[in-house]
Design a protein around this ligand. Structure first.
Ligand code: C2E
Ligand code: MG
Ligand code: MG
Ligand code: MG
Length: 280
């Protein structure tokens, strides 16, 4: 900062630090504005029944339509939102948007919403979820909440009670990114999950490494024993999809089956599509 300080390594370190801090502060301010100015969008990615290929629902995934930087993916701002507490209003926006959108879909389709562990610390979370359901008219049975393993490790007693409350009103619970965290398998038995989502890193190696098949097969067996269903995330190729069916996963999600997209791009009424017969 000061001209007389000279270019010793301490100053360089300081400058790098303050540049990073400044960039962060800018991004934080921008994110605050983004929430206030409705620059956040919710995109939807389908998941299908693995055996029949029938679409069962969509996962809501947030994106930030930045005025100068374009569309920013969640990996670039969720952790900042968590550190600054902005995840609370952001998460409320996504949940309300997703419930409102899903209320207009055919009634056999679910909507899955990701919740951050930080949101779990909010005393008002349960009331907020109930209000989002009531305001949108979405039946709780059509809402699935996705949480990651970290929720099982921290504040386990409180979080367990909270999950039981969600279940008691009919909301489904999915354990997201399974296999990437550090939780012990015994946690699985203790928490009331309906579904395990196997992280895409396991799917990626599936067709090349027999060991990945063994892991998925073990997860499927475990889930069955616990009366939970299994979703494979990140399914990109037909080979992966075929292999996963043989391994017995219940649901599949990934670019092969559909990319996340704005609601306007989603075709809901299959019957409304022009058929072959019309063209003939
Ligand atoms: P996630 O919940 O595990 O969501 C799945 C991610 O995998 C999405 O990334 C999706 O676009 C991506 N994906 C889906 N299919 C494929 C595939 O075939 N190949 C590959 N390579 N990727 C695939 P996205 O949308 O960038 O979201 C990243 C993460 O950000 C999410 O991971 C979730 O943890 C977090 N996130 C997204 N939206 C929200 C939100 O509203 N709230 C919270 N708390 N977290 C969110
Ligand atoms: Mg998810
Ligand atoms: Mg995931
Ligand atoms: Mg994730």
């Amino acid at each position: 900062r000061s001209k007389s300080a000279g270019r010793n390594c301490f100053t360089i370190y300081d400058e790098a630090m303050s540049a990073e801090l400044e960039a962060r502060n800018t991004l934080e301010g921008d994110l605050r504005d983004a929430i206030a100015q409705c620059q956040l969008e919710v995109h939807y990615q389908p998941f299908v029944d693995a055996l029949s290929g029938v679409r069962r629902g969509f996962e809501a995934l947030v994106r930030w339509r930045h005025p100068t930087r374009g569309l920013i993916p969640p990996d670039q701002f969720i952790s900042l939102a968590e550190e600054t507490g902005l995840i609370v209003p952001l998460g409320e926006f996504v949940l309300r948007r997703a419930c409102a959108d899903a209320a207009g879909w055919p009634s056999d389709l679910m909507v899955a919403v990701n919740l951050s562990p930080i949101q779990f610390k909010e005393a008002e979370l349960f009331d907020m979820i109930c209000a989002a359901l009531a305001d949108s008219g979405l039946p709780p049975q059509r809402l699935e909440i996705e949480i990651t393993e970290s929720v099982l490790l921290e504040r386990a007693v409180e979080n367990h009670a909270f999950m039981e409350r969600l279940k008691s009103i009919g909301i489904e619970l999915a354990l997201d990114d399974f296999g990437t965290g550090y939780s012990s398998l015994s946690y699985l038995t203790a928490f009331p999950f309906d579904k395990i989502k196997i992280d895409k890193s396991f799917i990626r190696n599936l067709t090349h490494q027999p060991r990945s098949s063994a892991i998925i097969s073990a997860i499927v067996t475990l889930a069955r024993g616990l009366d939970m269903s299994v979703t494979a995330e990140g399914v990109e190729t037909c080979e992966e999809f075929e292999r996963l069916k043989v391994l017995g996963v219940n649901f599949a999600q990934g670019y092969l089956l559909g990319r996340p997209q704005p609601i306007e791009g989603i075709q809901f009424d299959e019957q409304a599509k022009p058929s072959r017969r019309d063209a003939a």
